[in-house]
Design a protein around this ligand. Structure first.
Ligand code: NAD
Length: 344
């Protein structure tokens, strides 16, 4: 019987609603398949300050993740145009969570414009325009520095190609704007091409200027397999791709480092629906499935995945974003009720 310790960051807005719903589903599945999880709940975001911490990302939180290596995280609210550095940016830099992996696929019963979408976004998570290096050079003139380093470009490219090889994926498409940002995006694509040519010749490879890439994505996303890109592009393209398969309620993610991994949905804290009990917990539950596979709890991951496929296909218990009226907890309970035998 395997026992695991997982750090839980409920976060802000809908974060506590969706993470606690996911926690219930994960606990039920792990018990169902003969394991157990001990959770260590720690604060992040506005919630941390409300709880009396002097920082939105207290040391207690980063220490717990560094010690236990795996975390499930809810979204956090970040003030716009003022205030503290984003918790997410701080967390990814402090724990060196250099690769964001976001699988985007059609789900049974979720009708969208396209069928057979099955792509994975690999986003560099530590630099680019997220360096936070902004400067007022003169009154009315401000700059923001885009950073690209060879180390980070090599690390993320190797991750993307290795991911393809291990999972039988066939093609990497690099989105870039190296026609304009010749040094930074130039380093990104030149590094990706060099690594692919030297070590991964069996993987099909293409470079696409990002504006044309957006048009191609919304015209026919089935042409894409693995998308590799720098930080800001990965952020934008993730939400665009979520829109192709049913919205932010259905796209999970992980932030992977050399030593530590933090699993979280692509969506934010959704202040417009927070506290109403109507958020879709599926993206967080799916992130939990990625986490269970990561820690070797594959039977539990499979039980949850089959169960949510069944609930979505039946279409009786769906949250509002998917056209239903079910609450966050109704949907989570329906998934648990749909568990099949362990190992099926
Ligand atoms: P958002 O993703 O929170 O919401 C965008 C839209 O999608 C909203 O209409 C929202 O109601 C809907 N939505 C999102 N998740 C949903 C779910 N699970 N179920 C149903 N509907 C859902 O984006 P935003 O409004 O631009 O950002 C809100 C806050 O979240 C900001 O402070 C932003 O900085 C933060 N944010 C945090 C993260 C993170 O912590 N990982 C990611 C993105 C945004």
């Amino acid at each position: 019987m395997a026992h695991h310790t997982i750090v839980l960051l409920p976060g802000d807005g809908i974060g506590p609603e969706v993470t606690h719903a996911a926690q219930g589903v994960i606990n039920a599945a792990v018990e169902h398949t003969g394991g157990s999880i001990k959770w260590i709940e720690v604060p992040a975001g506005a919630t941390a300050v409300e709880q009396g911490h002097d920082n939105v990302l207290p040391a207690i939180t980063t220490d717990a993740i560094a010690r236990h290596k795996v975390a499930l995280k809810g979204p956090v609210t970040t003030p716009i145009g003022k205030g503290f550095t984003s918790v997410n940016v701080q967390l990814r830099k402090k724990l060196n969570l250099y690769a964001a992996i976001r699988p985007v696929r059609n789900l049974p019963g979720v009708k969208t414009r396209f069928e057979n979408v099955d792509l994975v976004i690999v986003r560099e998570n530590t630099e680019g325009l997220y360096s936070g290096l902004e400067l007022e050079v003169a009154p009315g003139v401000v700059t923001s520095m885009k950073v690209a380093t060879l180390v980070a470009c090599e690390r993320i490219a190797k991750y993307a190609f290795e991911y393809c090889r291990q999972r039988g994926r066939k093609k990497v498409s690099v989105f870039h704007k190296a026609n304009i940002m010749k040094l930074t995006d130039g380093l990104f694509i030149n590094t990706a091409r060099r690594i692919r040519d030297a070590s991964y010749p069996e993987i099909e490879y293409e470079e696409i200027i990002i504006d044309a890439g957006c048009m191609k994505l919304v015209t026919d996303p089935t042409k894409f397999d693995v998308l590799l890109m720098e930080n800001l592009y990965g952020d934008l393209i993730s939400d665009l791709c979520a829109g192709l398969v049913g919205g932010l309620g259905v796209v999970p993610g992980s932030n992977i480092g050399t030593d530590v991994s933090v699993f979280e949905a692509v969506h934010g804290s959704a202040p417009d629906i927070a506290g109403k009990g109507i958020a879709n917990p599926l993206a967080c539950i799916m992130s939990g499935v990625m986490m269970l596979n990561h820690i070797g709890e594959r039977p539990a991951a499979k039980v949850i995945r089959s169960a949510y496929d069944r609930v979505l296909s039946e279409g009786k218990t769906l949250t509002r974003d998917l056209g239903g009226t079910a609450s966050t907890s109704d949907f989570a309970k329906a998934i648990i009720a749909a568990f099949g035998p362990a190992g099926v």
